[in-house]
Design a protein around this ligand. Structure first.
Ligand code: GAR
Length: 210
């Protein structure tokens, strides 16, 4: 069975959705370990409550990005992970790390990529007067938030929305699509080839599965 290693920095609602999908039999995988870069991440408690091994690798204990990422890589390998799942992991990863897990490293990003790479995506969508916003799950490549999209989900932006309203609407969709994508991966249906996402031997379009 596919072993997932989930990387978090905070609340861990995506981690919870993965745990719940596995418990409900909707996702045939196991979470072999959870790693947080922040000691107070609530997701660490969620993991412990589910009986999952969870550790903190605090980035402030490391001199530089390369040494942090080397320690992170060693810990992921110790968990025996088949797939590395970034779930609100708020750190930029070195190209060396990304290359080591090429095709096995996925991220969820709260925007309709390639729009709004980086931070504060909900506020930026509101500030630009966008009528729709959303979330993307993508393979991670060395280009920040630039890897091939696997799936996107759109949500409306309403006139009186503040960023937290929009975040909530987006996160409801996140909890639905991340377990779905991980199910494809776990079933051997999803891969990355020549910087494209491939599902059931078909190259997915730039906006991912539809
Ligand atoms: C999610 O909305 C995720 O899309 C976002 O952080 C949140 C984490 O929530 N990720 C990024 O912004 C990545 N750049 P969670 O900890 O409750 O899963």
């Amino acid at each position: 069975v596919t072993k997932l290693c989930v990387l978090i920095s905070g609340n861990g609602s995506n981690l919870q959705a993965i745990i719940d999908a596995i418990a409900a039999g909707r996702l045939n995988a196991v979470v072999s370990g959870v790693i947080s870069n922040r000691p107070n991440a609530y997701g660490l408690e969620r993991a412990a409550d589910a009986g999952i091994e969870a550790i903190c690798l605090d980035h402030t204990d490391f001199d530089d990005r390369a040494s942090y990422d080397a320690a992170l890589r060693a810990q992921i390998e110790a968990f025996g992970a088949d797939c590395v799942v970034l779930a609100g992991f708020m750190r930029i990863l070195t190209p060396e790390f990304v290359d080591a897990f090429a095709g096995k490293l996925v991220n969820i990003h709260p925007s309709l990529l390639p729009k709004y790479k980086g931070l504060h995506t909900h506020q930026r969508a509101i500030d630009n007067g966008d009528e729709e916003h959303g979330v993307s799950v993508h393979f991670v490549t060395p280009e920040l938030d630039g890897g091939p999209v696997i799936i996107q989900c759109r949500v409306p932006v309403f006139e009186d929305d503040v960023a937290s309203d929009l975040a909530e609407r987006v996160q409801e969709q996140e909890r639905r699509i991340y377990p779905l994508v991980l199910g494809w991966f776990s079933a051997g249906r999803l891969s990355m080839r020549d910087n494209k996402a491939i599902l059931d031997e078909q190259e997915l379009p730039e906006t991912g599965y539809a």
